[in-house]
Design a protein around this ligand. Structure first.
Ligand SMILES: *[C@@H]1O[C@H](CO)[C@@H](O)[C@H](O)[C@H]1NC(C)=O
Ligand SMILES: *[C@@H]1O[C@H](CO)[C@@H](O)[C@H](O)[C@H]1NC(C)=O
Ligand SMILES: *[C@@H]1O[C@H](CO)[C@@H](O)[C@H](O)[C@H]1NC(C)=O
Ligand SMILES: *[C@@H]1O[C@H](CO)[C@@H](O)[C@H](O)[C@H]1NC(C)=O
Ligand SMILES: *[C@@H]1O[C@H](CO)[C@@H](O)[C@H](O)[C@H]1NC(C)=O
Length: 369
């Protein structure tokens, strides 16, 4: 029976991934075929987006969150997400009417038609950042390239191009480079450090573009020095932010939008969303009650000043930890990561933020393009 080619090839892709050993599955238009305008979501980055890829690599418990109380609010079990519940990327998938995007490394899951999530807690744009313990951005790109060539085999070049061109690429990277490798500043300047990180990120964007990616979503680097672990580094526990760290974030946020504007001019069809979470984040940690939180400095889970010691769950070197009553009261869930409620607010800014925060497109507009 003849079917429109487009529909047929997308159906066969779904079938091939769902039933890799079966050639005799009947195509069922109603159940398995995708609407023509299906836009998938491919996710790259660090713990802000990692749904549990680090559960499947050889790393340290410091870079894993596969134990309670992580996950307690929404999932009711630890998934590997560094939060009490869903991450920003989970909310974006939800708003885009996609299912939660499974970790790429999850064994036995091979249906990539809604996209894939390559993010790894601790990852940086520089290969050396926490090297050996994370899936760095370059390796994440390698995974994506493998997937793209699989798509080309199943769908053909033209169909893959359309499919990847409709998809949205969410990327968040940089915080770990700046937060874990300040020793680099003994040999290079702050600006050179930032240029290295952005240079690597730019290379990865261009490579995704080469594979067919056109719609990209980015966020600025948050005020890193105001995260509980960084506040706790400040002598005297005055509550002050660790400004040296925030300075790197500011330099990054000044330079990266210029790079994006340049890419938009040079790469035909390149469209992007850049959400200034630095500004909105600074606002909310300074005025938590305005955003429905009771606490903007102290984490929900951890120990020491601001619960800035990474002990949440008691599975790392420090075994004792405190846990707040209601994670939704806190902006930070642990010493370096947001509560589900804060993640949701961030996701909303990225999805439907007005143009003074999220520009030139918000993610909703990008998905609809
Ligand atoms: C995992 O890491 C540990 C410690 O670094 C090492 O001893 C072990 O051989 C590694 N295992 C694998 C499978 O790479
Ligand atoms: C990124 O930076 C590192 C140096 O830290 C370099 O070895 C690597 O090849 C660079 N490029 C990419 C795309 O990651
Ligand atoms: C920091 O970067 C340097 C050079 O890129 C690298 O040799 C070192 O291992 C990195 N340190 C950490 C902690 O990531
Ligand atoms: C936690 O706080 C949120 C926001 O204030 C509230 O909606 C929720 O009902 C609280 N949950 C519990 C278990 O008290
Ligand atoms: C952005 O604009 C909205 C209304 O359009 C306003 O409520 C909000 O305060 C503005 N935010 C900033 C950071 O300027």
């Amino acid at each position: 029976m003849a079917m429109p080619t487009k529909l047929y090839t997308l159906c066969s892709l779904v079938l091939a991934f769902l039933f890799p050993f079966s050639n005799s599955v009947q195509l069922d238009e109603g159940k398995l075929c995708l609407p023509e305008k299906h836009a998938s979501l491919f996710i790259f980055g660090d713990s802000l987006y990692d749904p549990g890829n680090n559960n499947y690599i050889n790393t340290t418990t410091g870079l894993q969150a596969n134990f309670g109380p992580y996950g307690e609010t929404f999932f009711k079990y630890p998934t590997g997400r560094f939060s009490d519940g869903r991450l920003v990327s989970d909310f974006i998938a939800e708003y885009a009417k996609l299912p939660l995007i499974t970790p790429y490394l999850h064994p036995g899951y091979h249906s990539y038609i809604d996209g894939a999530n390559f993010a790894s807690a601790g990852a940086g744009a520089l290969v050396e950042t926490l090297q050996g313990y994370v899936i760095d951005l370059k390796t994440q790109l390698g995974f994506f390239k493998n997937l793209a060539s699989l798509f080309r085999k199943k769908l053909g070049d033209a169909e893959t191009k359309t499919f990847l061109g409709r998809s949205v690429y969410l990327i968040n990277i940089g915080s770990n480079d700046y937060a874990t490798n300040s020793s680099l500043l003994q040999s290079i300047s702050q600006q050179e450090f930032v240029d290295m990180v952005i240079g690597n990120l730019t290379t990865v964007i261009k490579e995704i573009y080469k594979e067919g990616g056109r719609k990209f979503g980015f966020v600025s680097v948050p005020p890193l020095g105001c995260v509980p672990f960084a506040r706790a580094l400040k002598p005297g526990n005055t509550g002050a932010c660790f400004e040296e760290l925030t300075a790197l974030a500011e330099l990054h946020n000044a330079a990266f939008p210029k790079v994006l504007q340049k890419l938009e001019r040079r790469l035909n069809g390149f469209r992007y969303s850049f959400a200034d979470v630095y500004t909105s984040f600074s606002e909310s940690i300074n005025n938590p009650s305005k955003y429905g939180f009771k606490e903007g400095k102290i984490a929900c889970c951890g120990s020491g000043p601001y619960r800035g010691i990474q002990s949440c769950g008691g599975k790392r070197s420090v075994k004792e930890y405190e846990l707040c009553e209601n994670a939704s009261d806190h902006i930070f869930f642990d010493n370096a990561h947001l509560s589900e409620r804060a993640n949701q607010q961030l996701a909303k800014l990225m999805w439907s933020g007005t143009s003074n925060i999220t520009a030139p497109y918000n993610l909703k507009a990008l998905f609809e393009l």
